[in-house]
Design a protein around this ligand. Sequence first.
Ligand SMILES: [Zn+2]
Length: 290
Amino acid sequence: MPEGDTIFRAARTLHRALSGQIVTGFDSVLPKLTRVDFDKPLTARTVEKVASHGKWNVMHFSGDLILLTHMRMSGSWHIYRPGETWQIRPIHMRIVLKTEKIWAVAFHVPVAEFHTADTLRRREGFRTLGPDVLAAEFDANAAAANLRALADLEVAPALLQQSTLAGIGNVFKSEVCFACGVHPFRKVSSLRDEEIACLMSTARRFLLANVTEASGDQMVTYAGMRRTTGRSDFSASLWVYGRRGEACRNCGSAIQSYKQGLEARTTFWCPQCQLMNPAQALRKSVSGRD
Ligand SMILES: [Zn+2]
């Protein structure tokens, strides 16, 4: 599933390609969208801005019209020159937004809605988003308070809740827990202040590292594109995600994985670097033995 970094890069690419351009045509197979286009035509509006908010893509048009899309598991936006061959079969097209120079095409997009600024503010699931990990003004304290409020949840599923902080997905969930030495199955209530601070700052650092200009403008990505270890070697780009049975890059133990949370999303962790009972770790560091 695309995470906040992917959506951020896609929005940045769409913004650079489309902002300031006049819409010359709009097609969609989604009746909900074509109805709005019929009543309040997209054509002749200006694309003012394309931005990401968590895992949402928000496309602003002149005249207070906003196209909100969410990629879920398989959706993607592509940009093409008019007449260029699409990389995905047209049968999977959901939206085509045309300007004189560029066509933006959304494939497989499961959530697509038109809004005004007012209806967007009130939309369920958008209204309740926590601080955006990639926002210039990311509020780590507010995100930490949101996390702490989910005291009874396990840490990894709590990090996936977009109302805690917006943008973390399944890959970063595991990577962030590893980097902070936090067992992903611990209860949020067991976290010490410094562990929560570590989770927040690491989440931001990891996602920011994946939206640098050097990270490219790919519209589609997958776990293999991401890096958290800081190594340029492609095969060593992640700490634990997708590495079940392989040796931990820190201690050599076999990485474990298990489906977790109500949505049974797979979590990866190192049983040695991320202890279930942090008191054990504390004792160990104090005694320096066992
Ligand atoms: Zn380890």
